[in-house]
Design a protein around this ligand. Structure first.
Ligand code: FAD
Length: 354
């Protein structure tokens, strides 16, 4: 069997290498130029949701949930993912998405204001017209999950080379899972990938007393503001006022006071909490916010462009890519994710990029 080198030790590369080994591929190398989970995976929020606005994204997340469930509660807290709406337009868009998601078998429930309050203890819902929740969704710790996969794939015989650029390792088949650096990697093989880095920042608060262990991920539909519990603190995110297209993941401190105020409005127990640490990472954006998965050159396969939601999709992606590489086809239809779609001018249809 050909030697397969998986480039990039983030959630995607680790899942592909793991599923290859699980399926019996004999000669698999995971090459990571830094350390495992040192890219976007190590900076992610850890939200896992099946609630997207396009079927292409719902399917990847839906086919990943069983895997997260099987990891157990230490690695995946299935607390649900709650979208709130404070306007009629927001509520309508949630209901439209709910219909699409339900049609694809995702159990999303519509909640009224009282049900929101009952589900999300501590959340202010005075201005909330309604919401939707999927109780199968939840939160995880992306670097911890990735390290667990690496532990397993090492046991299955995969060679893990940290501190090793993929270009230094000979391969018959090369899988580019280099996150925001995938376009740079592809140019080495004369392939152009439309993947651009977008800076996204997060912060964690100082400890907040009395946080419920069952607090779901909470998201305001109209603003995109969202937060989750992380230990005794909240982890908080929202898109920047202006998109920052850059490889420099710096924190814009100036927007943090407004974020804290927003948090205190939506979660009053957070009043007085401060930022304990803030950090930024890179989304690997494609023009339509769907990933690029498939062969892009002779012996060169791409699995990148996850546009801010690759962690939650990594189990399904890993399984499908392994099947395609080993058997020439996968159970999950990968045709919506091929590079060739951009020849037809695909544009941004996915609305729920957080
Ligand atoms: C702030 C933030 C919040 C996020 N929140 C969520 C969330 O809640 N849920 C979710 O699902 N997703 C989230 N994401 C997105 C998620 O982190 C990514 O989609 C996912 O981690 C992508 O994994 P990856 O393996 O493709 O990329 P990465 O984790 O970036 O891994 C790529 C790896 O490739 C390595 N590499 C680069 N070049 C080379 C080379 N030449 N040779 C060898 N190795 C190389 C890098 O060092 C890196 O470790 C978030 C991202 C950010 C930045």
């Amino acid at each position: 069997m050909a030697r397969i080198v998986v480039a990039g030790g983030g959630a995607i590369g680790a899942s592909i290498a793991y599923h290859l080994a699980l399926a019996g591929a004999g000669d698999v190398v995971l090459a990571e130029r830094g350390t495992i989970a040192s890219g976007s995976t190590g900076r992610a929020m850890g939200g896992i949701r099946q609630q997207f606005s396009t079927a292409a994204e719902v399917r990847l997340a839906r086919e990943s949930i069983d895997f997260f469930e099987a990891l157990g509660p230490d690695l995946f807290q299935q607390v649900g993912y709650l979208f709130l709406a404070t306007t009629e337009a927001g509520l309508r868009s949630l209901e439209e998405r709910q219909a699409l998601q339900a049609g694809l078998g995702v159990p999303v429930e519509r909640l009224d204001q009282r049900e929101v309050e009952a589900l999300a203890s501590g959340v202010f819902a005075g201005d909330v017209l309604g919401g939707v929740v999927c109780r199968q969704d939840g939160v995880a710790d992306p670097p911890a999950v990735t390290r667990e996969l690496v532990r397993r794939l090492v046991e299955l015989g995969v060679d893990v080379l940290e501190g090793t650029p993929e270009e230094d390792v000979a391969a018959e088949v090369r899988v580019l899972a280099c996150g925001a650096y995938s376009a740079e990697a592809a140019t080495r093989y004369d392939v152009e990938l439309p993947v651009r880095p977008l800076v996204r920042q997060l912060f964690e608060t100082t400890p907040i007393r009395g946080l419920s262990e069952r607090l779901p991920m909470v998201l305001e539909t109209e603003s995109g503001f969202h937060f989750r519990r992380y230990g005794g603190s909240l982890r908080v995110a929202m898109h920047d006022p202006e998109p920052r297209w850059s490889f420099e993941p710096s924190v814009d401190e100036a927007i943090l006071p407004e974020r804290l105020e927003r948090l205190a409005r939506r979660f009053p127990a957070a009043a007085g909490a401060q930022v304990s640490r803030a950090w930024a990472g890179l989304y690997d954006m494609t023009p339509d916010a769907h990933p690029i998965i498939g062969f892009v050159g002779d012996g060169v396969y791409a699995a990148c462009g996850f546009s801010g939601h690759g962690f939650m999709q990594s189990p399904a992606v890993g399984r499908a890519v392994a099947e395609e590489l080993l058997h020439g086809h996968s159970v999950l239809d990968l045709s919506p994710y091929r590079l060739e779609r951009f020849n037809a001018g695909a544009v941004f249809p996915e609305e729920v990029v957080l």
